[in-house]
Design a protein around this ligand. Structure first.
Ligand code: M6R
Length: 629
């Protein structure tokens, strides 16, 4: 939700930054556009004043605007790409918002919950507003404090004004501000919204995440909750909202800028689907010590406490929640601990039963999803132990959890999650095995067998990717379909849900996933002549009844006219007679099958949406990181 960039330094020496700060900011926005693309805007401080441009629509519209109406060269700039919350995606509502007579520019990610009350107060003082946004209220408040309370900064500069403003703000926000009277400074604040600092030589950066400055530095600093940072070209000062000095945690970004490029693919989504063998392999890498004992990335609690856990709750949203459903099957199977999976936004509003023997496992690609973060915080307050499965180093959810298992999928740019999903499932398996080993549910030898099966998965994914021609042709032929259904059972059920979600979000086609056994309880009424239905079939080598039940489900819908599109394991001849098309995946134990059966469904959605000419990386109405509740 909204991408934010800030820069101070002498960028003009760089080949790709001949216009100074503006070029650095625009490059950051290009990389952060996946976070929101309703509008974009920039502001620079030059020649003693603020100059700003903003435009509704994608970043390309802003670039056209800047061609027509260029900005002056500058050392200091900020930029924003928006996912609209308060006020529609118009030019007027785009950020930056100006205050203090045009001398102050502010950009914002999040929601200021008490904006209405603050607006009334400011209106009473004669402040005029040009937009419908909560951001403009924050800008006006900051401007009022700087101009009136601090006497134009004489009683403390922009940093002090930001501290005082933040003391009045409620909700979630990352705010960045520049002021014409302090041309060499960007001041930023964060509460419940992401912000990282990039450390350069003679230049410093701010970004919603490290992609905002990855082209320039890999040295980053994590900011804590309720902190303010002031950057100049050669200093980074952090305080809390009351001015007390604070220290951020420095770290080095371990991925290459090239991994956040399309690398010859038509879209990030296509590239990320093809990254999956590597994403799974990297997530599996280096997970056990010399004794064959599994290890977590960060463990801030006594492992003995994990032995006493009597209930697990997996919390996540969207695709990550479907990874959580797969985790439930694996954890219950290996650890014999009752495991619930819950959408994070539902969790804390139902007064859940949580105590010190409850383990909450959160799953989040971004580590910033507000619904998940709030649910984790709530669980901690109730005394639960918390483990985070996350793809983003240093993000808020892992930082606030007792233990972390990072997925090493690399940056995921396409809004529709693909490689992060497979990496989350992989990490969930590893965590299940870790817990089972710790609690003595299974022997190290058995763990080795599962790990051996897992280590074969990357090559099997590659095989699916290399033999997808028929599936792609089918997808192209189905671009005018109005509805596609997906069925699965056991771990095939979350795969069906994920297949449907992919189709909805990038192809805008009505799609629904069902547990195959549920069909006869209602959804079978949807089946009519020609209705396409994907069916995810478990391995025939697994539990007999499971496989044969799903084959019966295929027969039932086929008999009612459905077009049956079947994902099955190689060698499964039983499905052939009832399938219009069978897409085979290599043999693997049923529990691990989601790592394979998901891939054809991702490719199907990608191909169909591309066939319709849609922007698969930036589907309408969506944003990559959902940092508002
Ligand atoms: O960053 P997170 O994994 O916490 O995001 C959760 C969901 O918003 C996310 O999985 C979303 O459903 C996917 N982008 C859909 O493809």
């Amino acid at each position: 939700m909204c991408g934010i960039v800030g820069y101070v330094g002498n960028a003009s020496g760089r080949a790709n930054a001949t216009h100074g700060a503006l070029d650095v900011v625009l490059e950051g926005l290009r990389r952060l556009e996946y976070r929101g693309y309703d509008s974009a805007g920039v502001a620079v401080v030059a020649e003693g004043s603020i100059s700003s441009r903003k435009k509704s629509g994608k970043l390309s519209n802003l670039l056209d605007e800047l061609e027509e109406h260029p900005l002056p060269g500058s050392l200091t700039g900020i930029g924003h790409t928006r996912w609209a919350t308060h006020g529609g995606p118009t030019d007027r509502n785009a950020h930056p918002h100006l205050a203090d007579g045009g001398k102050l520019a502010v950009i914002h990610n999040g929601i200021i919950e008490n904006f209405a009350e603050l607006k009334q107060e400011l209106l009473a003082k004669g402040v005029e507003f040009a937009s419908e946004t909560d951001t403009e209220v924050a800008a006006a408040l900051l401007g009022d404090i700087f101009r009136n309370k601090l006497k134009g900064g004489a009683d403390g500069g922009l940093t002090k004004a930001m501290q005082l403003a933040c003391q009045r703000l409620e909700g979630a926000f990352t705010l960045l501000a520049v002021h014409a009277d302090q041309p060499d400074v960007v001041v930023a604040a964060r509460r419940n919204s992401p912000l990282v600092v990039g450390l350069g030589e003679g230049e410093n950066f701010l970004g919603s995440d490290v992609s905002g400055f990855i082209d320039y530095t890999r040295k980053a600093v994590e900011l804590g909750q309720d902190q303010i940072v002031t950057i100049t070209s050669d200093s980074v000062d952090i305080t809390d909202f009351f001015g007390a000095p604070a220290v951020g945690k420095e770290y080095t970004v371990d991925w290459d800028p090239a991994s956040a490029e399309k690398g010859g693919y038509a879209s990030f989504m296509e590239k990320e689907i093809h990254d999956q063998p590597d994403a799974v392999a990297q997530t599996l890498l280096g997970r056990s010590d010399a004794r064959g004992h599994l290890i977590l990335d960060e463990l801030r609690i006594d492992p003995q406490l994990l032995k006493q856990v009597d209930k697990i709750i997996v919390l996540a949203c969207g695709t990550a929640a479907y990874a959580g459903l797969v985790a439930k099957y694996a954890i219950e199977n290996w650890c014999r601990i009752p495991t619930e999976v819950e959408l994070a936004h539902e969790f804390r509003y139902r007064d859940p039963i949580v105590n010190s023997k409850t383990l909450v496992v959160s799953i989040s690609q971004s580590g910033e999803t507000m619904d998940t973060l709030m649910a984790v915080r709530y669980a901690r307050e109730q005394g639960a132990l918390t483990v985070s499965i996350c793809n983003t180093n240093g993000s808020t959810i892992p930082r606030e959890s007792d233990a972390v298992l990072y997925t090493h999928a690399g940056p995921e740019i396409a809004v529709a999650s693909t490689k992060a999903f497979l990496a989350q499932i992989t990490a969930a398996y590893l965590f299940g095995l870790y817990l089972a080993q710790l609690r003595g549910n299974i022997f190290t030898g058995q763990i080795k067998d599962v790990l051996a099966d897992l280590n074969k998965i990357p090559a099997k994914i590659q095989k699916i990717l290399d033999s997808s021609t028929e599936l792609r042709e089918l997808a192209r032929s189905m671009k005018d379909e109005k509805s596609v259904l997906f069925l699965g059972r056991h771990v095939g059920y979350p795969v069906a849900l994920e297949g449907a979600l992919k189709l909805k979000e990038i192809a805008y086609i009505h799609a629904e996933g069902f547990a195959a056994g549920e069909l006869k309880h209602g959804p079978i009424a949807l089946i009519e002549e020609g209705q396409p239905v994907f069916v995810v079939v478990p391995s025939p080598r697994g539990r007999d009844s499971l496989h044969s039940k799903v084959v019966s489900n295929i027969q039932e819908i086929r008999a009612r006219g459905a077009r049956t599109l079947v994902i099955a394991e190689e060698g499964d001849e039983a499905v052939r007679d009832y399938a219009e098309h069978v897409f085979y995946v290599p043999e693997t134990p049923t529990l691990l099958m989601p790592l394979l059966t998901t891939v054809p469904l991702q490719l199907f959605a990608l191909e169909l949406a591309s066939g319709k000419g849609y922007d698969v990386d930036q589907p309408r109405n969506l944003a990559k990181s959902v940092t508002v509740e």
